[in-house]
Design a protein around this ligand. Structure first.
Ligand code: NDP
Length: 452
C-alpha cells in the first residue's frame, strides 16, 4: 500500500491516462519506465499568502505552483482562484496540462497553480491586494523562459493585470511572464475567446469528419457561464447552432423555445459574471426556466451536442446516460476532466460496442478536455511567441492559427486512436489524445536523459 496522502483528483487523472495507454505499453513496454517518471512533478511550490481586507484585518490563504514537466518548454498552465483549490486538484490539472500542451504542437511544458482564495464577495481593492500578495512569492519562481502562468477559474483579465503589475514592480522587468494580458501591454488578440472558440473548432472537425455535417440547427447544451462557456456559446450561435442551456454554481438556465440564447444574452450574462453575481440576476421575461442546484444534462429531452464548460467531474455516469437518451452524439469537454470516469466509461462503451463506423449512429463520441480545450493554452503559446518577437499579430492571423492547431489536434487524436484501436474497433479520441501526447513528452524526456 502506498504511504502517500490520498489525492483523489490526481489519482483519477492518472488512472484516466494510464488506462488508455495500455495498447501502447503492450507494444512498447519500455514506455512503462517513462510513465513512472512522468507522474512525479519536477517541483511543487507551496506558500503562504497573507493579504489585507478592506477593514484592515489580515486574511491568509494557501498558494501553490506545480511545475510538473519542462521536457517540451517552459512550464505553462493557469492559476485557479477558488476555495476548493488544493494540491490534489492542482496536480491533476498540471498533469493533464503536460499532454494538452504537447497536443498543441507548440513548445510548452506543463504546470498549474492557484490559491484557495475565494474572489466572490471581495471588493476590487481586496482582489488587487490579494494578487499583489500572491505574486510577491510566485514572482520568485516564474519567468518568460521558466514558467509562464495564465488564467483559469477565478483568474480573468483583471487578476492577470494586477499580478503582472505586481511582478513588474517587484522585478523592475517588463517581460512575458503571464499570458492573457491586456491588448496594449503584451496580450494577444483572441486569447479571451480562444478556449471556447477552439472547443467549437474541434467539434466542427468531429461533425465534419464523423457525420459529414455542421452546426446548423444543432441543439447544444453548455454548462458554466464563465470565460469558456461564453465564447463557446457565441461561436456555436455564429455557426448556426442553438445554445439551449448555461449554468453556474447555483443552478441552470434552460431555454423555453428553440431560439435559445442570443449573442446579446451572452453579453448580459458576461456582465453579470464580471460582477460575480449568480445567474438568477439574468432578466429574461420567461424565455428561460431556472433550475436551482441542477446541472443542465438531465433538463432537456432532445439535444445533439454537450459541451461541459464549468468545472471537473460535472457529468456523472447517470447524466452521461441521460445525454445519450436525449440523442446527444458529441460530448467535448471545455472544462478540464469535466466527465467522471463512469461517464467516460459509458461514452467509450457506446464506441466499443460498434465494430464499424457504418453503425456510428449509436456512438456518443467523447473528446477529452486535454484535446478539445487546448485552444486556450495554444493561443497563450502564440502570445509568448508574439512577446518574444515584440510584435502583435492581427485577430485574423491568430484565429487562423488557432483553427489550424485545433484541426491538427483532432487529426492527431483520430489518427493515433486509429493506429492503436484494438481488433478493428472504432478509434477512441481519448486514447488517441493520451497516447499522442504521452509519446511526444516521453520521447523528449528520454532525449534529455530523464529515463532510458
Ligand atoms: P470561469 O471562472 O470564467 O467560469 C467558471 C464557470 O464554472 C462559472 O460559471 C462558475 O460558476 C462555474 N463553476 C465553477 N466551479 C463550479 C462548481 N464547483 N460547480 C458548478 N459550477 C462551477 O472559468 P473558465 O471558464 O475559465 O474555466 C471553466 C473550465 O474550463 C475549468 O475547468 C477550467 O480549468 C477549464 N479551462 C479554462 C481555460 C481558459 O482559458 N480559461 C483553458 C482550458 C480549460 P459561478 O459563476 O457561480 O462561480
Amino acid at each position: 500500500m502506498s504511504n502517500l496522502p490520498s489525492e483523489p483528483e490526481f489519482e483519477q487523472a492518472l488512472h484516466e491516462i494510464t488506462s488508455t495507454l495500455e495498447p501502447l505499453l503492450q507494444k512498447k513496454p519500455e514506455y512503462r519506465r517513462a510513465l513512472a517518471v512522468v507522474q512525479i512533478p519536477e517541483r511543487v511550490i507551496q506558500f503562504r499568502v497573507s493579504w489585507e481586507r478592506d477593514d484592515g484585518s489580515i486574511a491568509v490563504n494557501r498558494g501553490y505552483r506545480v511545475q510538473f514537466n519542462s521536457a517540451l518548454g517552459p512550464y505553462k498552465g493557469g492559476l485557479r482562484l477558488h476555495p476548493t483549490v488544493n494540491l490534489s486538484i492542482l496536480k491533476f490539472l498540471g498533469f493533464e496540462q503536460i499532454f494538452k500542451n504537447a497536443l498543441t504542437g507548440l513548445t510548452m511544458g506543463g504546470g498549474k497553480g492557484g490559491c484557495d482564495f475565494d474572489p466572490k464577495g471581495k471588493s476590487d481593492n481586496e482582489i488587487r491586494r490579494f494578487c499583489y500578495a500572491f505574486m510577491q512569492e510566485l514572482s520568485r519562481h516564474i519567468g518568460d523562459n521558466t514558467d509562464v502562468p495564465a488564467g483559469d477559474i477565478g483568474t480573468g483579465g483583471r487578476e492577470i493585470g494586477y499580478m503582472f503589475g505586481a511582478y513588474k514592480k517587484l522585478r523592475n522587468e517588463f517581460a512575458g511572464i503571464l499570458t492573457g494580458k491586456g491588448g496594449s501591454w503584451g496580450g494577444s488578440f483572441i486569447r479571451p475567446e480562444a478556449t471556447g472558440f477552439g472547443l467549437v473548432y474541434y467539434v466542427t472537425e468531429m461533425l465534419k469528419d464523423l457525420d459529414n455535417t455542421d452546426w446548423v440547427g444543432k441543439r447544444v447544451l453548455i454548462s458554466g457561464s464563465g470565460n469558456v462557456a461564453q465564447y463557446a456559446a457565441l461561436k456555436v450561435i455564429e455557426l448556426g447552432g442553438k445554445v439551449l442551456t448555461l449554468s453556474d454554481s447555483t443552478g441552470s438556465l434552460v431555454a423555453t423555445s428553440e431560439e435559445g440564447f442570443s449573442p446579446e444574452d451572452i453579453s448580459t450574462i458576461a456582465d453579470i459574471k464580471l460582477a460575480r453575481k449568480p445567474l438568477t440576476a439574468f432578466e429574461h421575461n420567461g424565455r428561460f426556466t431556472y433550475h436551482e442546484g441542477k446541472r443542465p444534462w438531465t433538463l432537456v429531452d432532445k439535444a445533439d451536442v454537450a459541451l461541459p464548460s464549468a468545472t471537473q467531474n460535472e457529468v456523472d455516469g447517470a447524466e452521461a446516460k441521460a445525454l445519450a437518451k436525449a440523442g446527444v452524439r458529441y460530448v467535448a469537454e471545455g472544462s478540464n476532466m469535466g466527465c467522471t470516469q463512469e461517464a467516460i466509461d459509458f461514452f467509450e462503451s457506446t464506441r466499443a460496442a460498434v465494430t464499424s463506423l457504418d453503425k456510428k449512429d449509436n456512438i456518443v463520441f467523447y473528446a477529452p478536455g486535454k484535446a478539445a480545450n487546448c485552444g486556450g493554452v495554444a493561443v497563450s503559446g502564440l502570445e509568448m511567441a508574439q512577446n518574444s518577437q515584440r510584435l502583435t499579430w492581427t485577430p485574423a492571423e491568430v484565429d487562423a492559427k488557432l483553427k489550424d492547431i485545433m484541426v491538427t489536434c483532432y487529426k492527431t487524436c483520430w489518427e493515433t486512436g486509429t493506429e492503436f484501436a484494438q481488433g478493428g474497433a472504432v478509434p477512441s479520441l481519448v486514447a488517441g489524445a493520451n497516447i499522442a501526447g504521452f509519446i511526444k513528452v516521453a520521447d523528449a524526456m528520454r532525449d534529455q536523459g530523464e529515463w532510458w
